[in-house]
Design a protein around this ligand. Structure first.
Ligand code: PEP
Length: 251
């Protein structure tokens, strides 16, 4: 079965005011978009419920993070069950900003992924190498090391709830996009790893999306690659050009 193209918009800690948030949602609600694409918008946690309630019904929302526990004394955290109860279907886990700025290890990301899926969420699981690691020829090794604890934590059936986002750290928010050949190579390696570590059915069925300075100008070329099943978009998801990215597969 063909993998449905997926475009996520990661607002990160933006926008800063509710008026700006409303203006952004209006642009999305008024847009004409390719109905074959799964679109998921990830606003800050504070805005998840109002965005979900005001967003067009063919777009979904994602949290940008969650904890591993259902409830308890974990100040500042949000639980997977709370997200499910709030009607939030997706969560982004393992974003490089969580890994580097907040010290999240691949083991914690795997535990969160397992907890999120057990609660009923789908997960946008982010992996990717730094520039130093790429230049040392370690991209494949680094990405596999990030995926290995997730493979150990999940059952084969859980993978239907996972979208893998390959996001080279050097391309996130820098304007330095990976070439389509670099993206295709990394995605093919991830698919081959899933085939050997999980199963060929999971490798075939799992969407692997690219993130890192995707914009209206580069999305068509990247999206034409065989193993690129969509995008996770940061900066450009705050601009009207996000609509062009959602429509990347249209002629
Ligand atoms: C991201 O935050 O996931 C991302 C890819 O950001 P940007 O598009 O701004 O590089």
């Amino acid at each position: 079965m063909a993998r449905q193209f997926f475009v996520g918009g990661n607002f990160k800690m933006n926008p800063v005011t509710r008026d700006q948030k409303k203006a952004l949602i209006k642009i999305l609600n008024d847009a004409t978009v390719d109905q074959n694409v799964e679109v998921v918008i990830s606003p800050p946690a504070l805005y998840l419920i109002p965005v979900k309630d005001s967003l067009r019904s063919d777009f979904k929302v994602a949290a940008q993070n969650c904890y591993v526990k259902d409830s308890g004394a974990f100040t500042g955290e949000i639980s997977p069950r709370q997200l499910v109860d709030a009607g939030v279907p997706y969560v982004i886990l393992g974003h490089s900003e969580r890994r580097t700025l907040f010290g999240e290890t691949s083991k914690l990301v795997a535990d969160k992924t397992q907890a999120a899926i057990a609660a009923g969420l789908s997960v946008i699981l982010c992996v990717g190498e730094t520039l130093e690691e790429r230049e040392a020829g370690k991209t494949k090794q680094v990405v596999e090391a990030q995926l290995t604890p997730v493979v150990a934590a999940l059952k084969e059936a859980d993978w239907s709830k996972v979208v893998v986002a390959y996001e080279p750290v050097w391309a996130i928010g820098t304007g330095k996009v990976a070439t389509s050949a670099q993206a295709q190579e990394a995605h093919a390696d991830i698919r081959a790893y899933l085939a050997s570590a999980v199963s060929s059915a999971v490798a075939e069925g799992t969407r692997i999306i690219y993130g890192g300075s995707v914009n209206a100008g580069n999305c068509k070329e990247l999206g034409s690659q065989k193993d690129v099943d969509g995008f996770l978009v940061g900066g450009a998801s705050l601009k009207p050009e996000f609509v062009n990215i959602v429509n990347a597969k249209q002629a």
